[in-house]
Design a binder for this molecule. Structure first.
Ligand code: SF4
Ligand code: SF4
Length: 310
C-alpha cells in the first residue's frame, strides 16, 4: 500500500534514534496513555485544530459550517462545539489566518520520501536516517513496510518507534525493513499499565520477547512520569527486563515534559493527567539513571550512544 495517514514530518530530529533524522508521524494509536505528548495522534481520522489566539473574528468559518458547530464569543472569536463538529474540514478551508487547521492527511510513499531525502547529506555525516513514529506506526503495517522498503532502497537507516501493541505477524512482516526498534516500556505492574495506557502489558511483553528472540536491534524507551511510574519497583522491573532480554542494546529514559498540554485545548481533548504532575528535576533524572546504571543497565541517550554517568 503506497498511501498512509500521517500528521507530521519533522526534519532535523535528534530525539528519535541515532544521528540527525527525519521523523514521520503516522496517525492512529490503540493506546490511550495519560501523558501522551501527541494527543492528536490517537484518532486515526483527520481532526480539526483550533488556535484561538490566531482567530481574527472574520466569521467566514461560521458561514460554511453545515452542522452549525461554530459560534462567536463576545470578542467575535470563533468557539467550536466539539460535540456538533464532524471534522469535515470545511471551516479550515476558508480560515485565511490559519486558526482552523485540519491535522492528519493521506500521503504517498514517494511524496514522503522526497521530503526525507532532502537531508540525505546530514544522515550520511551523522549516522542518521528515517524514523517512523506516531501514534502507533504498526497500525498501518503495509504502508509502513512500503515506506521503509523505499527508504532502504535509498540506503537510509530505518528506525521504528513503537508501543509494541500489534499483532505478532506484523513484526515478522516488518523485520527485514527495520534497522532499529525504539520499543516503549511504560510500566511494570500490569494493573497500573492498563490504568495508564488502556492496554495489556502481557501483550506488549510477548511482542518484545518475540522481537528480541529474532536478534533484532532494540532500544527500550521508558517514559518516566512523576507520581505514576517513577517508583522503585518499576525501576527494578526495567532492570529485571534487561537481564531477561540480554540482547537489548540498552535503555533510554524519557523524563516527562509538559509542553504538550496546550495541544489538548487546540483539539478540544479533555486533560486527564493531573496538573500536579510536573517535569522532574535534573537531579531526580540523574538518580534514576544512577539507580539503573549501578544495577548493570546500559543507559543510552537519544542519540543511541552510551550515556556518561555525569
Ligand atoms: S475563519 Fe478563522 S479567523 Fe475567521 S472567525 Fe473563523 S476561526 Fe476565526
Ligand atoms: S470541521 Fe466541519 S463541522 Fe467541524 S467546525 Fe469545521 S466546518 Fe464545522
Amino acid at each position: 500500500m503506497n498511501k498512509g495517514r500521517i500528521f507530521d514530518i519533522q526534519r532535523f530530529s535528534i530525539d528519535n534514534g541515532p544521528g540527525i533524522r527525519t521523523t514521520v508521524f503516522l496517525k492512529g494509536c490503540p493506546l490511550r496513555c495519560l501523558w501522551c505528548s501527541n494527543p492528536e495522534s490517537q484518532n486515526p481520522e483527520p481532526q480539526l485544530s483550533y488556535t484561538v489566539d490566531t482567530c481574527i473574528g472574520c466569521g467566514e468559518c461560521i458561514k460554511v459550517c453545515k452542522p452549525m458547530a461554530i459560534l462567536q464569543d463576545s470578542k467575535g472569536k470563533a468557539v467550536v462545539d466539539r460535540v456538533r463538529c464532524t471534522n469535515c474540514g470545511d471551516c479550515a478551508a476558508v480560515c485565511y489566518p490559519g486558526a482552523l487547521v485540519m491535522v492528519g492527511h493521506d500521503a504517498e510513499v514517494d511524496e514522503i520520501l522526497e521530503v526525507v531525502l532532502r537531508d540525505r547529506d546530514y544522515y550520511a555525516s551523522s549516522g542518521g536516517g528515517i524514523t517512523v513514529s506516531g501514534g502507533e506506526p504498526l497500525m498501518q503495517p503495509q504502508f509502513l513496510q512500503a515506506l521503509l522498503h523505499a527508504a532502504r532502497n535509498e540506503r537510509l537507516h530505518c528506525c521504528v518507534d513503537t508501543s509494541g501493541f500489534a499483532r505478532p505477524e506484523v513484526f515478522d512482516y516488518l523485520r527485514s525493513v527495520v534497522d532499529l526498534w525504539l520499543f516503549d516500556y511504560k510500566e511494570t505492574d500490569p494493573l497500573r499499565h492498563y490504568t495508564f495506557t488502556r492496554s495489556e502489558l502481557s501483550t506488549i511483553l510477548k511482542r518484545l520477547e518475540q522481537l528480541h528472540d529474532t536478534g533484532a536491534d532494540i532500544i527500550l524507551r521508558c517514559p518516566m512520569i512523576p507520581d505514576h511510574n517513577t517508583r522503585q519497583d518499576h525501576l527494578d522491573g526495567i532492570v529485571a527486563l534487561t537481564r531477561r532480554l540480554p540482547n537489548l542494546q540498552g535503555v533510554e529514559l524519557l523524563p516527562y515534559f509538559d509542553i504538550w498540554r496546550d495541544k489538548l485545548k487546540r483539539f478540544g481533548i479533555t486533560d486527564i493527567l493531573p496538573k500536579s504532575v510536573k517535569p522532574p528535576s535534573p537531579e531526580t533524572v540523574k538518580s534514576w539513571n544512577d539507580y539503573l546504571r549501578n544495577r548493570g543497565v546500559r543507559l543510552l541517550g537519544a542519540d543511541g550512544k552510551v550515556k556518561s554517568s555525569k
